[in-house]
Design a protein around this ligand. Structure first.
Ligand SMILES: [Ca+2]
Length: 281
């Protein structure tokens, strides 16, 4: 029997030793060899990420771990710039390190590129805006128009129904699942407008000859114009009306005329306005 035998027990086992010295004295002793069972690791063999994005590698089955990065613990966060092989090994209760377990993190380098253009940047509500996609490599689209509405269309048309400034975000994904996004600032939607001039000159010189009101975001409209004696000289429900300064084909006299208008915006807001316009020839 060897003086220093080597044993590789698969489980905890007691070994006895008997010795006889040169004087013939015998003695015996025993040693118990503790065998720790190394845990079995379960983890993903491969992981695929998009360049610029990270992933978390997770191992299970052991109490402690050692990773190729030098980290310990059951999980590590990694953000490799290139495809990278990592390994993890279980650490037994006695500090033994078990077999390594390889994890390949494949870095997808093909990213989509998000880009789009609206056909207009500002206007009065209701404001339909066509968004033209100029992205590269995208297969799925997700639009956020900034007013609570979304779309998955390729080139969506969205109508803004209230004044405000809206940030538009496009998120897209290519066929291997890598994302990109872009934000457009801003689509500016103006509040309603009713511009009423206070003087005009219907004298046929083509300069300021017509009384008209420029209006936006108005769904319904009515105007009545009165002379200084309260007699109605003009009325219209047409937003594109104009008064050429005549009544029944006869030029109305110079002077101050009173108008009353009532309008409803596309949002249902009622506008009532009274003012004067001076007719000068
Ligand atoms: Ca004129």
């Amino acid at each position: 029997m060897a003086v220093d035998p080597i044993a590789q027990p698969l489980a905890t086992q007691q070994f006895n030793v008997n010795g006889t010295d040169i004087n013939g004295c015998r003695n015996e002793d025993s040693v118990e060899v503790m065998v720790f069972q190394l845990p079995t690791l379960t983890t993903s063999h491969t992981d695929s990420i998009c360049v610029g994005l990270g992933t978390v590698l997770i191992a299970e089955g052991a109490g402690d771990y050692i990773w190729s990065t030098g980290d310990d613990g059951p999980s590590i966060a990694v953000t490799p710039g290139n495809t990278t092989d990592y390994w993890v090994a279980p650490v037994g209760p006695n500090g033994c390190i078990g077999d390594t377990f390889d994890i390949n993190v494949y870095v997808e380098r093909v990213l989509p590129l998000a880009a789009f253009e609206p056909d207009l940047q500002e206007g009065f509500y209701p404001l339909p805006v066509t968004f033209t996609d100029e992205s590269q490599g995208a297969t799925r689209y997700s639009w956020d128009f900034g007013d609570g509405e979304t779309s998955q269309d390729f080139n969506p048309v969205h109508t803004y129904n209230a004044p405000g400034e809206y940030e538009v975000k496009l998120i897209l994904i290519n066929e291997i699942g890598c994302p990109d996004s872009i934000v457009y600032q801003f689509i500016k939607v103006n509040d309603f407008n009713l511009y009423t001039p206070n003087i005009y000159t219907p004298n046929g010189d083509n300069q300021n000859d017509l009384f008209a009101i420029r209006m936006n975001s108005i769904e319904r409209f009515e105007i009545r114009i009165f002379d200084r004696w309260g007699r109605q000289v003009f009325s219209s429900v047409d937003q594109n009306f104009f008064w050429d300064g005549t009544k029944n084909g006869t030029p109305a006299p110079e002077g101050v005329y009173v108008y009353q208008l009532e309008a409803f915006t596309f949002n249902g807001e009622r506008i009532e306005r009274e003012g004067t316009v001076t007719l000068v020839r």
